[in-house]
Design a binder for this molecule. Structure first.
Ligand SMILES: Cc1cc2nc3c(=O)[nH]c(=O)nc-3n(C[C@H](O)[C@H](O)[C@H](O)COP(=O)(O)O)c2cc1C
Length: 294
């Protein structure tokens, strides 16, 4: 999906179209030419004294190195970035051959990374940069020598379907993955990007944590947001969502009849049994847009 930047004056379409989605298409495969073009673009970035300090470790999904890069990502990033068509780690050369510091090394890597990102957009791809990776693990895994610093990971791919919300809730739900016994609640924007995900042994507590976060962040009323909960949608959860101004509550399991009545009364959209691409819409169907699935 597109998410054009809202700007005070028109920008070049490449700049306006760039954004960092987490919903990536897990089936998309990146051809050799577009993959190579990313790093060729990075290579042509300006650098201090033409020192060219940017290096990239990179691989496409399906290659063993992709999994090795993926293994260095933080848990939160690992969840969604596995669907990337390619992963890269940006490394800055911080020391010259003479052992002296190379000035502006990180700056140079940043310029190269932005070239890469914009080339991705020009190739109908998206790129999402990540500080959330273990630089020391990357150093060990890829035997990065002293004088070179892994600074950023980058996921490149084709935009995915924001309808993958439940999976993405799971992906962000850290403790569930290790214990299998927790509830989660997540707040997503209308593009399906997670704003916050919280977990707790009680479904209500998970929702309270999410809405508490929104209150502290002064985001209430939560217009344009989706509240997604694991388990059932109860009357009380609809009440809480309504109080916070959430227009759409989605649950993995069934709603109670009282929950449906209250959602209808509040003009709220209530979705149940949201699993993969299927769902039941109990109220407020006008907020749901369907599109043909090829
Ligand atoms: C150096 C850097 C590190 C980032 N680290 C992460 C990260 O670890 N995880 C993540 O989801 N996004 C990360 N981001 C993406 C930013 O959150 C994102 O670019 C920012 O929210 C702006 O959104 P936009 O790119 O869609 O305009 C990072 C971006 C940069 C430039």
């Amino acid at each position: 999906m597109d998410k054009p930047a809202v700007t005070s004056v028109p920008l070049h379409p490449l700049l306006a179209a760039r954004w960092s989605p987490r919903a990536l298409d897990p089936a998309f495969e990146l051809d050799e030419q577009r993959f190579t073009a990313l790093f060729e673009a990075a290579r042509w970035a300006p650098s201090y004294g033409n020192t060219q300090p940017a290096r990239f470790l990179a691989a496409r999904r399906g290659e063993p190195m992709f999994d090795r890069i993926h293994g260095t990502l933080s848990r939160g990033n690992r969840g969604w970035a596995g669907a990337a068509a390619a992963l890269a780690i940006g490394v800055a050369q911080t020391l010259g051959e003479d052992g002296e510091p190379l000035p502006y090394a990180a700056y140079g890597l940043g310029l190269a990374a932005e070239n890469l990102v914009l080339q991705a957009v020009a190739s109908d791809l998206v790129a999402h940069q990540m500080a959330g990776f273990d630089a020391e693990a990357a150093r060990t895994e890829f035997e990065v020598p002293a004088g070179f610093d892994p600074l950023v990971a980058i996921a490149i791919g084709a935009p995915g379907d924001p309808a993958e919300l439940p999976d993405r809730l799971r992906a962000a739900q850290r403790v569930f993955d290790s214990t299998g016994g927790l509830h989660a609640a997540g707040l997503f924007d209308s593009a399906g990007e997670p704003l916050v995900v919280r977990e707790d042994v009680g479904r209500h507590n998970a929702v309270d944590k999410v809405l508490g976060w929104a209150l502290l962040a002064q985001r209430v009323p939560l217009a344009g947001c989706v509240l997604m909960v694991s388990g059932r949608a109860s009357f009380e959860l609809v009440q809480k969502a309504a109080m916070a101004g959430v227009p759409l509550l989605a649950a993995v399991s069934a709603p109670s009849s009282l929950a449906v009545d209250l959602a209808a009364e509040q003009g709220m959209t209530l979705v149940g049994f949201l699993r993969g691409r299927s769902m039941n819409v109990y109220t407020g169907a006008e907020r749901i847009v369907t599109k043909d699935i090829a």
